[in-house]
Design a protein around this ligand. Structure first.
Ligand code: NAI
Length: 390
């Protein structure tokens, strides 16, 4: 590919959280440039955000409809290649569908939509248009998460039996949505967030991580969701028992009222011969626990010798020598880089490699929405186990 990919952005203005992280991640490898945006629902903030990002006035659009329509009219050598959607959940589906149908690739935040129906419709649009959709399940970009996946895949631990994944946060321990926290306000509003708060916002990250690392699909759930903070209707805490497709069992916890916690996502996986442990707050360490052996520690970026060689997926997603910490921004950038490499390969008429295709896609988005549906349905019913709705 002889040029950078051109990126447009909806949401992510000065009034937003995650949009800036997307821009850093997209910039990290020099393969992408931001060329246009409709950055905020607030026109003044939209304009100021564009100015601060050195986006010319004529490429700062009033809304995503105008952006997609006008970008499509530009010459091929100028118009954006893809649209990044970093708006609240209820403003995901419409821009994604319109972008795909107008010939643009899409990067979209999780949860992919606010309903399973919308998610299935997006999958249909991706298949019909042949465009690429990337879903930013941030934590799957870490090199040692990819190493864990590779070790499970090669049978290092034997058949997988038990998966324990937890994502406790504390930032919604109080009624922050009434104290001017815009991010909390839309997340706790079912019309803007969808049928779930904690399970949608962070439970989907945990469920994706469990399925990504083990390669096993969740088949049934038994859920207990609670809205602890008075004045809130959606779940701010939940525990879910999981049954996976090969008979493996799991436990998933997602909580935003775990007071004092930051972003303590952690996964433990146990097979017949041993297990592994990885945590977001210590992402450059992967702990391996094998029966009858001392505990082993894999570290990011080392040139280990066989049989401990780091997988091609781990090394492909590592940028700097061992001992220099890589973190969330790099993990996020890995998702962008693999997406950009895949889109570039398609533009060049080349088949992307397995490493390049290694980013969450529309199928993961549909499974995420199915996870929310199934968990909420189970919690609202009296049945013990509910089959995954897909
Ligand atoms: P936020 O509330 O901080 O920002 C939302 C932005 O969207 C604001 O700039 C707002 O003005 C803009 N906006 C709202 N409606 C719009 C419209 N119709 N047109 C254009 N702009 C519009 O939200 P935050 O925390 O940045 O979350 C955005 C999305 O990212 C959500 O879907 C959330 O679930 C996801 N997210 C994902 C994370 C991850 O780890 N992958 C982390 C944080 C958020």
């Amino acid at each position: 590919m002889k040029r950078k990919l051109r990126m447009g952005m909806v949401g992510g203005g000065k009034d937003a959280f995650i949009g800036a992280v997307h821009r850093i991640a997209a910039n990290m490898d020099g393969k992408i440039e931001l060329v246009c945006g409709a950055f905020s629902i607030n026109p003044a903030v939209n304009k100021e955000s564009a100015e601060e990002l050195f986006i010319p006035q004529d490429r700062c659009y009033a809304n995503f409809e105008e952006m997609i329509t006008k970008e499509r009219e530009l010459p091929e050598g100028e118009r954006m290649d893809f649209l990044t959607i970093v708006t609240p959940n209820f403003v995901h589906y419409a821009p994604a569908k319109m972008a795909l149908e107008n010939g643009f690739n899409v990067v979209i935040e999780k949860p992919m939509t606010i309903s399973l129906e919308e998610a299935i419709s997006l999958k249909e649009a991706v298949e019909r248009t042949g465009k690429t959709l990337c879903l930013t399940h941030t934590y799957s970009g870490y090199p040692l998460v990819k190493q864990a996946k590779a070790m499970v895949q090669e049978g290092y631990f034997g058949k997988i039996r038990k998966i324990v994944v937890e994502y406790p946060q504390g930032w919604l321990s109080q009624l922050t949505e009434r104290e001017g926290n815009a991010g909390a306000a839309w997340r706790t509003d079912p019309k803007k967030s969808g049928r779930s708060l904690a399970m949608g916002d962070i439970g989907t990250h945990a469920a994706h991580l469990a399925e990504y690392v083990t390669g096993l699909k969740i088949q049934e759930v038994c859920a207990d969701l609670t809205s602890f903070v008075e004045g809130r209707t959606l779940d701010d805490d939940g525990s879910v028992l999981l049954r996976f497709e090969n008979g493996a069992k799991g436990v998933l916890m997602a909580s935003q009222i775990s007071a004092g916690e930051e972003n303590a996502l952690r996964i433990r996986i146990y097979g017949e011969k041993g297990g592994l442990e990885w945590a977001n707050e210590d992402p450059n360490n992967l702990i391996i626990k094998m029966t009858g052996q001392p505990r082993q520690l894999f570290r990011t970026g080392n040139a280990y010798q066989a049989p401990f060689t780091l997988s091609s997926f781990a090394t492909h997603n590592t940028r700097i020598p061992a001992g220099h910490p890589e973190g969330l921004l790099e993990s996020f950038a890995n998702i962008y880089r693999n997406f950009a490499l895949t889109v570039s390969a398609k533009l060049e008429g080349r088949a992307p490699t397995a490493e390049e295709l290694d980013f969450p896609n529309v199928d993961d988005g549909v499974r995420g929405m199915a996870f929310i549906e199934t968990v909420v349905n189970n919690n609202e019913s009296n049945e013990k186990w509910t089959k995954f709705v897909l």
